[in-house]
Write a protein that binds this ligand. Structure first.
Ligand SMILES: [Zn+2]
Length: 253
């Protein structure tokens, strides 16, 4: 009952953000919104304060924004995160995106920023939420080399590398992509339930098109139950417990 990865600060919610959150509150225990761009920092912090112990925040710089950031802006943002670490439950989403960024020079910059984020997470004793696209091998290698322990691979699709994820005792969080992707279905089939969390990546990836909301984690849990031949209740409860533990959330289920 916790959506561990959504983007409530996204402009798609500008007209009815409070209504969406109120609806979520009726059915869910918490949501973790992922502030992936410094320009969304203030709005995200406002939500965390307004919906205390319901909206939690992960903070980072998404790898696709690497070209938009000066060194100064980056450092300022790192310090903001440091200074407000009590309101930060994770560093993320961070990682590598080779789908949108093709130039080797910029990919190298992504790897640099990724290492810095991993070190920031270690310094602040926070878990990491990882975005990887067409870059699973490099992402996992960097995480291993940096000795990252508390890791959630968001929407993980690197099936050939799943055994390394399991060996490292990392987590994956899955969204409605499992309703259509065979690859992601197989990953869920092979991943132990006590290492899976539910997410939506809202406002994206709605099960039926259009704008998504955190409420659709129910559909994700139903699909996981179906794939793993388990009761819905067991999936619902276990994934919630995993999230509380992984993010160290101050809530009771
Ligand atoms: Zn995301």
């Amino acid at each position: 009952m916790i959506d561990v990865h959504c983007h409530l600060e996204n402009e798609d919610y500008n007209k009815d953000r409070d209504d969406v959150i109120k609806e979520c509150k009726k059915e869910l225990k918490a949501v973790i919104t992922s502030c992936a761009n410094p320009k969304n920092y203030n709005l995200t912090m406002d939500l965390i304060r307004k919906y205390r112990n319901f909206v939690f925040g992960a903070f980072s710089i998404h790898p696709i924004y690497i070209k938009d950031m000066t060194k100064e802006e980056k450092e300022e943002y790192f310090n903001l995160i440091r200074d407000n670490k009590d309101h930060v439950v994770a560093i993320g989403e961070t990682g590598l995106d080779y789908y949108w960024v093709k130039e080797e020079e910029w990919r190298e910059k992504q790897r640099e920023l990724f290492r810095e984020m991993i070190r920031l997470a270690k310094e602040l004793k926070k878990p990491l939420v990882i975005h990887a696209r067409d870059s699973y091998e490099d992402c996992i290698e960097i995480l291993e080399n940096e000795g990252a322990r508390r890791v959630d691979l968001h929407m993980f699709g690197g099936r050939k590398l799943l055994s390394r994820v399991i060996e490292n005792q990392w987590f994956i969080s899955m969204n409605a992509i499992i309703l259509r992707s065979k690859n992601h279905k197989k990953i869920i089939r092979d991943m132990p339930l006590d290492r899976i969390m539910l997410e939506t990546d809202s406002p994206w990836l709605a099960p039926d098109g259009g704008r998504n909301t955190p409420l659709t984690i129910k559909k994700v849990a139903e699909k996981i139950a179906d794939i793993k031949k388990l009761d819905f209740e067991e999936v619902w409860r276990t994934c919630g417990r995993n999230a509380v533990k992984f993010f160290n959330l101050p809530i009771e289920l």
